[in-house]
Design a binder for this molecule. Structure first.
Ligand code: GDP
Ligand code: IMO
Ligand code: MG
Length: 427
């Protein structure tokens, strides 16, 4: 299985960092293909916790070449802070490569992100405030700044000046001070010499690696339900965290991909605003948040918690063509007498097994639950499927049926080792 995509099957924070790290140990190249430092991917190795934002989680695996693909948006200040933080912890970051075509998050886009959120008032998205949306908008508007622009001061100057013509109108209309182009240009140029040695043609690199029989892992940020096309628009991020995004975000064709792995929690969480049919707004939800440690890695915000939603994961199976699911955090569900699982929705009194056609249907979807029997035994030390309590096995098997995709591995703790591998994705 030389080319594997790892992506989120729900609303993010499913455990993609851990999944990437695990597969990364049998991988040559790990390419991050979308998003930016809105992501927070956690990896726990020998009890040591690492939180990665912009860097691919694969950077923690020895021998891996970590790559930031063209689909990523890069905040250069954050990049160098993160590289420094990793170096100080003894992580070798010297092999990091970056696409010449990746877009840069200029500091003014953080201002725009926050100002737009403020102006939305009650309709705000609850973004991470990192300038992600405005930077992807600039890319589509063709006023973005790319990594390669750092190496031609005259082109960089022209691009920043022309982008700021419209940006400053937006900023001043929102009551903020206009941004001085020279300050921005100077700041960006200060990174040029440090970035230059890392810059490559990622498409060429990845395709060559595959031609040589190497294993390449494509690491997604965010998740299917946060996808700009397939998620709960407008309560989404501004990229394609789905399988198609792995292709456009790195420059490979669909025929090269061998496996698409969806990471899904054994329950559901969401950060930020937007519809969430199985959300538990009561004490049960608060207890689940505490038990699962559901607080954001990037913003520290409490995550909204709810039961597993099979309609959501079926949708993820379909739009991504999932070949495997990595189910995570099964250990968090230990101790419930029964565990409700959402198998369908009722929308205006009509039962549907699929995502409603329009967003307003999704906002009004009432979950139809099936109650599955729980288990009491501590499962954190279990390493084979057969050793799980019968009810835990039945829970996994039912989720597998409902999700219409094989559950290849099951997470029973945050540590690298705390995984039950049913079918290895990589040998
Ligand atoms: P990501 O954004 O998808 O990489 O996920 P996050 O790192 O934001 O959030 C997942 C959290 O769950 C992290 O704190 C992980 O260490 C933790 N985690 C991952 N898998 C498991 C698991 O199987 N069990 C438990 N208890 N924690 C897990
Ligand atoms: P990982 O990779 C969970 C959410 C934000 C907000 C919406 C838009 O760790 O799973 P943005 O800043 O991207 O414009 O915010 O998307 N969001 C995430 N939620 N996990 C993430 O990343 C997220 N990245 C963005 O909370 O609702
Ligand atoms: Mg996360």
């Amino acid at each position: 299985m030389p080319a594997v995509i790892v992506l989120g099957a729900q609303w993010g924070d499913e455990g993609k960092g851990k999944a990437t790290d695990q597969l990364g140990q049998r991988t040559d190249v790990v390419v991050k293909f979308n998003g930016g430092n809105n992501a927070g991917h956690t990896v726990v190795i020998d009890g040591e916790k690492y939180a990665l934002h912009l860097l691919p989680a694969g950077i923690l695996s020895k021998g891996v070449t970590p790559v930031i693909g063209n689909g990523v948006v890069v905040d250069l200040e954050v990049l160098f802070e993160e590289l420094e933080a990793m170096t100080s912890r003894g992580v070798d970051v010297s092999r990091l490569l970056i696409s010449a075509n990746a877009h840069i998050i200029p500091s003014y886009n953080r201002l725009v992100d926050r100002a737009v959120e403020k102006s939305l008032g009650e309709r705000q998205i609850g973004t991470t405030g990192r300038g992600i949306g405005p930077t992807y908008a600039d890319k589509m508007n063709r006023i973005g700044i790319r990594i390669q622009d750092l190496f031609d001061p005259s082109i960089l100057g022209q691009k920043v000046r022309s982008a700021l013509k419209s940006k400053n109108l937006t900023l001043t209309a929102m009551g903020l001070d206009p941004v001085d182009p020279d300050t921005v240009i100077e700041e960006l140029l200060s990174y040029a010499d440090r970035v230059r040695p890392m810059v490559v043609d990622v498409s060429l690199l990845v395709n060559n690696a595959l031609d040589e029989g190497k294993t390449v892992l494509f690491e997604g940020g965010q998740a299917t339900m946060l996808d700009i096309d397939h998620g709960t628009y407008p309560f989404v991020t501004s990229s394609n965290p789905t399988a198609g995004g792995a292709l456009t975000g790195s420059g490979v064709g669909p025929t090269r991909i061998d496996a698409v792995v969806g990471v899904a929690k054994a329950y559901t969480t969401r950060v930020g605003e937007g519809p969430f049919p199985t959300e538990l707004t009561d004490e049960v939800g608060r207890a689940l948040r505490q038990k699962g440690g559901e607080f954001g890695v990037t913003t520290g915000r409490p995550r909204r918690c709810g039961w597993f939603d099979a309609v959501v994961v079926r949708h993820a199976t379909r739009v991504n063509g999932l070949t495997d699911i990595c189910l995570t955090k099964l250990d968090v569900l230990t101790g419930y007498e029964t565990i409700p699982v959402c198998v369908a929705y009722e929308v205006d009194g009509v039962r549907t097994e699929e995502m409603p056609l329009d967003q307003s249907g999704f906002h009004h979807a009432v979950p139809v639950y099936e109650n599955l029997p729980g288990w009491e035994e501590d499962i954190t030390g279990v390493r084979s499927f057969e050793d799980l309590p019968a009810n835990a096995r039945a829970y996994v098997t039912r989720l597998e049926e409902l999700s219409r995709c094989a559950i290849s591995s099951i997470g029973v703790g945050p540590g690298r080792e705390a995984t039950i591998v049913r079918t290895p994705i990589l040998d």
